[in-house]
Design a protein around this ligand. Structure first.
Ligand code: SF4
Ligand code: SF4
Length: 419
């Protein structure tokens, strides 16, 4: 029986969740640990997607940018997207590319090899064959913005917080991916989908791995077998999974931690083994050691690693710090596309490849209050101690301590002895 959507259009599960300066899927308010919302998330200000620096100054295609990728989007998020303002537009695009499985959007082996080919040819961002169907070509926006998967939600091509920021987002991404896998399988089982037969079918298909995909995704005979009695009712299944997630929203974190994830290790290994010879260098040999009986990591254990990475992110080490000789602060004269985009920021930090060099490594636009904080380190520099934390200039910025931590991680501020 098809259920009628009961979701209020203003339901937060249908809208992006703002944490700090960045937006995440609304479902994260329920699927991720509650403590996540209390964390000071790192702002990622340089990955300005709708004025993409990789497309403006490098060679990414301006329409798709980094969306030359097929993310694995779980069924319940696709189902929720159908219940939101976009309706069936997103799922129709996914089905047209032969990318829809009961677990959600999932590339066929041939589509994965195309992606490896792009990596091999260093054409990620310029691909003509791996284009996410969620991207609306008419305006460059993601149709699944409020329903993106964990990889898309935590991908920032430029990390404002250096390696510690990279580590933090990497852990959050792993956590989100594990939760998504768990909940997508739980949703299938809960709506009565035969998950055991589904994985047995994958195991059987391992023997014919080279035949399962075409240029348009999974072959239809494969889809017939994987969808079983749900074939022809794909949208209904996605929608049911979305509704189920919504109805059980208060328990999703606990469910994700108690559900046993299944996989067909034989199919996964067959897919890696069949990678064309010229692309084998793109595959991690350890992926071939997948164990059918190995237990997947529990989200609550991955969360502990997230917290460790978080603590490193905001750590203020002791010592005397000054502006790096590689860094300079100049007024924003608004002379190019990027500086015009940031015209509300009166300065830019320019960091060169080395001291005395004129080759720019990167730049970042800053506001007046951030400029004032950096001025504290010009000349004799400062100790990172309680007097700094209480300084009115830091207080005026609001997130002054976090801004100093960010500048340390980016090596704009350096310990005096290292200068
Ligand atoms: S994350 Fe992607 S779209 Fe956003 S700025 Fe980076 S390359 Fe561009
Ligand atoms: S889901 Fe959205 S953000 Fe992710 S690759 Fe597709 S278009 Fe880009």
């Amino acid at each position: 029986m098809v259920r009628i959507s009961v979701l209020d259009p203003n339901d937060p599960i249908l809208h992006p969740l703002r944490l700090g300066a960045n937006q995440f899927p609304g479902a994260w308010a329920y699927t991720m640990p509650r403590e996540l919302r209390g964390l000071k998330m790192p702002d990622e200000r340089r990955a300005t997607c709708m004025n993409c620096p990789k497309a403006c100054y490098e060679d990414y295609r301006p329409d798709y940018r980094c969306c030359t990728y097929h993310p694995r989007i779980p069924n319940y998020l696709i189902g929720l997207s159908m219940l939101g303002a976009g309706g069936d537009t997103a799922i129709d695009a996914v089905m047209a590319r032969g990318l829809l499985l009961p677990e959600g959007m999932h590339h066929a082996p041939g589509q994965w090899y195309d992606y490896l080919d792009d990596l091999e040819n260093e054409s990620f961002g310029q691909s003509t064959k791996v284009l996410c169907p969620m991207l609306d070509e008419s305006n460059g926006y993601c149709r699944a913005h409020a329903f993106r998967n964990s990889v898309c939600s935590t991908f920032f091509c430029i990390k404002d917080h250096g390696t510690p920021g990279d580590d933090f987002w990497g852990q959050i991404q792993t956590l989100g991916t594990q939760v998504e896998m768990s909940l997508s399988q739980w949703a299938l089982r809960a709506v009565g989908f035969d998950l055991d037969t589904y994985f047995k079918t994958f195991t059987r298909l391992a023997a014919e791995i080279k035949d399962v995909s075409s240029v348009t995704g999974w072959k239809s005979y494969v889809l017939d077998q994987l969808w079983g009695s749900w074939k022809g009712r794909e949208k209904e299944l996605m929608r049911e999974c979305g509704l189920l997630a919504s109805e059980n929203r208060d328990d999703l974190w606990e469910i994700a931690n108690s559900f046993e994830i299944k996989e067909s290790a034989k199919f996964n290994i067959a897919m890696i083994t069949a990678v064309p010879d010229h692309l084998k260098g793109q595959v991690d040999p350890e992926d071939l050691e997948e164990d059918e009986d190995a237990e997947a990591a529990k989200p609550k254990d991955i969360w502990k690693s997230c917290i460790k990475a978080y603590e490193k992110l905001w750590d203020l080490p002791q010592g005397h710090y000054i502006m790096s000789g590689r860094a300079d602060i100049v007024p924003n004269h608004g002379i190019d596309k990027e500086s015009l985009y940031h015209e509300d920021k009166p300065y830019s930090i320019r960091v060169y490849t080395r001291k005395g060099s004129k080759t720019l490594d990167w730049r970042m636009f800053i506001n007046q209050a951030e400029f004032e904080v950096l001025q504290l380190f010009v000349g004799d520099g400062r100790n990172l101690d309680w007097t700094l934390l209480m300084h009115p200039t830091l207080k005026a910025l609001g997130r002054g301590k976090e801004f100093v931590a960010e500048m340390l991680k980016q090596k704009v501020l350096v310990r005096e002895s290292l200068h």
